[in-house]
Design a protein around this ligand. Sequence first.
Ligand SMILES: Cc1ncc(COP(=O)(O)O)c(C=O)c1O
Length: 348
Amino acid sequence: MLHQNNKITIQPKFDYKLLFKNFLKYNKYLSKKYLFSSGRMSLYYGISSLQKRLNIKKVLLPSLICEEIIPVFKMLGIEIIYYQLNENLEIDYNYIEKCVKEDNYFVFIINYFGYPSNWKKILELKSKYGFMIIEDNAHSLYGKYNEKKLGLFGDISFTSFRKILPLLTGSELKINIKHERIVLNKLTKFPSKDEFIYLFRNFKPSFLNPNIKKNNYTDKIDIEKCQMDYLSYKIYTNNIFDELYIESIRYKNFLYWKNFLINSDLKYFNFIKNKFCPYVFPCIAPTQQEKEYWINWGTKNNISIINWPKLPNSENYYIDNNQLKNIIFFPVNHHNDISLNANYYAYN
Ligand SMILES: Cc1ncc(COP(=O)(O)O)c(C=O)c1O
């Protein structure tokens, strides 16, 4: 028998109701949008389209980055150079300046956790040196910086739908400069084995080990299978997601954790007070033990608390700030109003 698992997860669970509601509708063709299966695919096709015109062979990547991104650059023959960030995620602009003065680079900027980077400063540098910016909005589907939507700051930008929306796959690539149109021979694909596993990750079929293999997206990308899966495409193109609602519940959950953890030893990031649409509530554990304590606390309380990211292990990779290795994520996913469960939670 299948029964739904009530764990509070970082990413929303796939929404079967939305699928039934939208399944028989005629597929809309969003002709102006570039849709791909994942952030990585968008990134691959975005850079490829720029490379047709520009000869850029190096990228400046932040040292706080997940290893999943790395294969994209390797496949495109782009050398990776890492720049550093302090514990408030402020970029080492001097280092970036030193590099872009001397050579042509893609500069990769992440709007971490849904929170915008310092675009004023980044664009000032860009106007001085004229490098290409890749804007990573994998965590930031709905966000603004000074009233301008995220996604419009980089020369290219990409999102990752499944992190915020109840879908299996999907990502929008935006190319904000003149380019040759990317044409794909197919719009969608049949869900892959891994995507099917992901589809059922919230159920515990009694005939299987309850620990279904987690959504383990591979370390290589198969660029032929770059389309969104058919089921997610159906939902995405036919359904209007309520951005304001999603933002308000997520932000409420964010504030819940902020308040709940106030007397813990966890260190918060210094976000300015404005409301935004968070991907998670992130904080830094001061020690390895503290990190493990909270991950175990999550397991006991049926809440996914994870250490992020899985850092790259390539030879030239390094991260100056050891604190950034101990980031943990608390879920704020809008399918749960965490304050409603709040009475159960206690720590120490
Ligand atoms: C900051 C960041 N960028 C990019 C990605 C890649 O997105 P996707 O999993 O959709 O390829 C991830 C997550 O894996 C991420 O956390």
